[in-house]
Design a protein around this ligand. Structure first.
Ligand SMILES: O=C(O)c1cccc(C(=O)CC[C@H]2O[C@@H](n3cnc4c(=O)[nH]cnc43)[C@H](O)[C@@H]2O)c1
Length: 220
């Protein structure tokens, strides 16, 4: 791993400035990394990632930021590294329930990650003393705000640990450029009935910073 990543370039895509700053602190301004703001939501994230990938060569793309965690799977302040990136609302409603684009025959709502790197990163985050899981991360255009939607999402993807709004967009751009993708998320809130006062963004940004430090170590 050491020799492999010494000269390589990594693009990290965050959504907002506070996430970019936390990641950059964790990476200790390592010149192998470029950290950009991709905006909130999959469309903006995909467009800005593709624009950056077209501007200079990269070897790896990382989507990083805060997220919602499914209760009992990913607590506030913990880290989720995606084992798979799944767009959980890309499909159709039918009288018999939700059908994904995979079932509809229009491509796939699932993108594979670099599993070796995701596994190593999860282990490194745990070693740094932060609770971490490697599990599917959902991408949604709308933040979940009810118990009913939470249950529906878990019925669609029973092993999901987290949801956020950009992973599938960033991963779509990476895939288009033939690059490996990793998604690194710090849990700021529980997924469920909307309660913005319970979001712990500061705590999540601190975990994101430490996990970014672990990312740098893994890619040394
Ligand atoms: O409070 C709101 O109504 C609201 C609506 C849209 C977006 C937000 C955010 O603050 C999201 C910003 C950012 O954070 C990620 N995130 C964090 N928690 C969640 C979640 O539970 N579900 C989905 N995304 C989440 C997301 O990736 C955004 O980039 C607030």
């Amino acid at each position: 791993m050491e020799a492999q990543w010494k000269e390589r370039r990594v693009l990290v895509v965050t959504s907002v400035e506070a996430e970019r700053e936390a990641v950059w602190r964790g990476l200790q301004a390592d010149s192998r990394f470029e950290v950009i703001i991709g905006g909130v939501g999959p469309m903006s994230a995909a467009a800005r990632t593709a624009r950056e990938l077209a501007s200079q060569p990269y070897d790896l793309v990382v989507c990083a930021g805060i997220c919602g965690g499914f209760v009992g799977r990913a607590d506030v302040g913990s880290i989720v590294v995606a084992s798979e990136i799944i767009c959980a609302d890309l499909g159709a409603e039918t009288p018999n329930g939700y059908m994904s684009v995979d079932e509809l025959g229009f491509g796939s709502a699932r993108i594979s990650v670099d599993s070796d790197l995701s596994g190593s990163l999860t282990a490194a985050v745990k070693k740094a003393g932060i609770p971490a899981v490697c599990a599917p991360v959902l991408t949604l255009s709308t933040v979940t705000g009810t118990a009913q939607t939470t249950a529906e999402l878990l019925a669609r993807v029973p092993t999901a640990a987290a949801e956020a709004m950009e992973g599938f967009g960033v991963a779509t751009a990476a895939l288009d450029f033939g690059l490996p993708i990793v998604e690194l998320r710090a849990v700021s809130n529980a997924i469920g009935p909307r309660d913005k006062s319970a979001w712990r963004i500061k705590e999540a940004l601190s975990a994101l910073e430490q996990a970014s430090s672990a990312l740098r170590e893994v890619l040394r």
